[in-house]
Design a protein around this ligand. Structure first.
Ligand code: CDP
Length: 233
């Protein structure tokens, strides 16, 4: 057991943090695929907990009620196709975690220290799955401050809103650019100003501004940096 824990602690982690709709998900998935490593979308855990709370009629700002939900529900995070999947009480929320109800409440639930402690512990346990590419807001700063590779992906707010509106239009049929921009800005403000693990750039993170870059270009930069760091380029 000790040996397994030791080798899990040495597992390579690529942390990719950044604000909403900065391209983290697409890029992180591609980086994981290129390296053959396991992909973890930490935001999906925060979104999944929000989804469960809304369905259970739990007030997302009531820390006591949310803590009870965390204690009582059965949370599991299996790996499928080299991707960590979120399930609660045997259910997979699927696309529902991208819908408007979750979108508008997730930053409130993510600000609760009990939720952050719960999610961070689960994320750290995932090291046992082997080398990881994990995206989020606090992966390089709080969850894995010792991550081998840290990237901070950013993009101009107008470009981020445009990208997210395009995703939403594909999912929901239409999206108003001004509304999308306002919603992203609300979430960015909450995520950067909360007391516990706010969104910020880790001192040793490499910042990539993806405003004028394609997904392939950003992916290639990250993969090259990781391979160079591991001496396998
Ligand atoms: O895809 P997008 O960038 O819009 O968001 P996400 O990565 O799915 O994260 C959704 C929300 O979860 C964020 O707005 C944060 O409030 C929260 N989150 C967090 O607090 N810490 C993380 N490591 C990941 C997400």
């Amino acid at each position: 057991m000790g040996e397994r824990a030791d080798s899990a602690e040495r597992t390579t982690v690529v942390a990719i943090d950044g604000p909403a709709a900065s391209g983290k998900s697409t890029v992180s998935r591609e980086v994981a695929r290129a390296l053959g490593w396991v992909y973890v979308d930490s935001g999906a855990l925060y979104r999944g907990i929000t989804w469960k709370a809304l369905r259970a009629g739990v007030d997302v700002r009531d820390a006591g009620a949310v803590q009870k939900l965390l204690d009582r529900a059965r949370w599991a995070f299996p790996v499928r196709d080299r991707t960590v999947v979120f399930t609660v009480d045997g259910e997979e929320p699927g696309d529902a975690i991208r819908g408007p109800a979750v979108r508008e409440s997730v930053s409130d639930i993510a600000a609760l220290p009990c939720v952050r402690a719960f999610v961070s512990a689960r994320l750290r346990e995932m090291r046992r799955y082997g080398p990881l590419v994990m995206e989020g807001r606090d992966i390089g700063t709080v969850v894995f401050p010792d991550a081998d590779f840290k990237f901070y992906l950013d993009a101009d707010p107008v470009e981020r809103a445009r990208r997210r509106a395009r995703d939403l239009a594909a999912m929901e049929g239409a999206a108003d650019l001004a509304q999308v921009r306002a919603s992203l800005a609300r979430r960015d403000t909450k995520d950067s100003t909360r007391r516990d693990a706010p969104l910020r750039v880790a001192a040793d993170a490499r910042i990539i501004d993806s405003t004028a870059l394609t997904v392939d270009e950003v992916t290639a930069r990250i993969v090259a940096a990781v391979r160079a760091g591991k001496g396998t380029a």
